[in-house]
Structure formats: structure tokens, C-alpha cells
Design a protein. Structure first.
Lengths: 127, 83
């Protein structure tokens, strides 16, 4: 067995494509929670891996370095853009950033959303 | 003296990172110990998503990619400034 075959890590031994990480703001509003739901759908579909924005924002060095080595997507609920700004603050290059309120979904504090809003969010991303 | 750790099970990319690190410290004439960390649990303790990883004085400076020699030089300079 070669060394490469022994590889148990998730490294790109075969020069596989750079991983795509999605960072939802997961904020305290309907649109924040839509961002999280959309990110989970991307992860489940295998299109991107949801990653911990809080860890990057807290400057956990291993998580920051991992994000810096990936293609980062920020999904923000509103134009405060906490996810994008937190990534940029950690020197993570953001490849794509969307804001859910820019899609015409109004921000509120009722924590109710529907599948159409998640689909609308996903449709705004280029993957 | 710097402690530089290369995180990875020994795949080609991990070896490349080790080579770059060795070359950089040699060219800079920096006293450094280079350690290969191959145990999965030890690697995961650094909170990285994927290997290869590069750690200098216990700070993860790169993960999931092969840093360029220029980047590694910057990492080393930054670490030396903190010593």
C-alpha cells in the first residue's frame, strides 16, 4: 500500500478541487435562520460544506487557516453582512456573498420561513 | 528555536509542505525543529478541516493547501517576531 493510499485525512492527495465552504450568518431573525437553512441544504446536497463562522470570527487559528485554504461563500441575512465581514476580518477571501434581504425577503423577528425562501436563497448562489 | 509541525498522514502534498518548510528555514538560517504529525487525533486537535497543515510555535498558519515558499517565509518571520 502506498503512502497516498494510507492517507486518512481529507487532504487533496490527488490535487482534488479546493473545498467550498459556506458560512451562514445564522443571525437572530428570520433571514438569519434562512441563511442557516440554505447552508444546510447546500451541505446535504454535497455542493458546499457548512463551516463554523463563529470559530473563524473567534480567530481560532486552525479554523481560520482552513477557511483561508478554501473557497468561501458568505450567506448573510441582512445588509449588516456579519458573515462576510467576519470572514474578511480574518483575512479569508470571500468568493461569493449574498444578502437575503436583497432578494426581497423582509427581515423580521418572527422566526418563520418557508421552503420557497430557502430555494430563492439557493438560486441566488452560483455553484 | 522555532518548532514547525507539518500535519498530515504522509501524502504527497504533506511531503511537499515539509520540503518547503525545510528549504525556507535552511535559506533563512533559522534554527528550527521540524516535526511531522501523522496521528489523526493529534492532527484534529489543531481544529483544521483538511491537511496538509502547517503549525509554527503551536499556531496554525496554513491548512488544506500547499503554501508557497514566500508565504512560509512570511510565516517564519512573523513567528520570529513573536519570540
Amino acid at each position: 500500500m502506498t503512502t497516498e493510499e494510507n492517507c486518512v485525512c481529507s487532504c487533496s492527495c490527488d490535487d482534488a478541487a479546493t473545498p467550498v465552504l459556506v458560512f451562514p450568518c445564522a443571525g437572530g431573525s428570520n433571514v438569519g435562520q434562512i441563511s442557516n437553512a440554505a447552508a444546510i441544504e447546500l451541505d446535504r446536497a454535497g455542493k458546499a460544506r457548512i463551516y463554523c463562522l463563529a470559530g473563524v470570527a473567534a480567530h481560532i487559528d486552525g479554523m481560520v487557516a482552513s477557511a483561508q485554504g478554501a473557497r468561501a461563500i458568505a450567506i448573510d441575512g441582512c445588509n449588516v453582512a456579519c458573515a462576510r465581514k467576519a470572514l474578511e476580518h480574518a483575512n479569508v477571501k470571500v468568493e461569493q456573498a449574498i444578502v437575503i434581504t436583497d432578494l426581497g425577503i423582509a427581515k423580521n423577528h418572527e422566526f418563520s420561513w418557508n421552503q420557497n425562501e430557502i430555494k430563492q436563497t439557493l438560486a441566488a448562489l452560483s455553484l | 528555536m522555532l518548532t514547525i509541525k507539518v500535519l498530515g498522514s504522509g501524502c504527497a502534498n504533506c511531503k511537499r509542505v515539509e520540503q518547503i518548510a525545510r528549504k525556507v528555514v535552511e535559506e533563512m538560517a533559522v534554527e528550527a525543529e521540524i516535526v511531522k504529525v501523522t496521528d489523526y487525533n493529534d492532527i484534529m486537535a489543531y481544529n483544521i478541516l483538511s491537511t496538509p497543515g502547517l503549525v509554527i510555535n503551536e499556531k496554525v498558519v496554513s491548512a488544506g493547501r500547499i503554501p508557497t515558499p514566500a508565504e512560509v517565509t512570511t510565516f517564519v518571520v512573523n513567528a520570529l517576531e513573536k519570540e
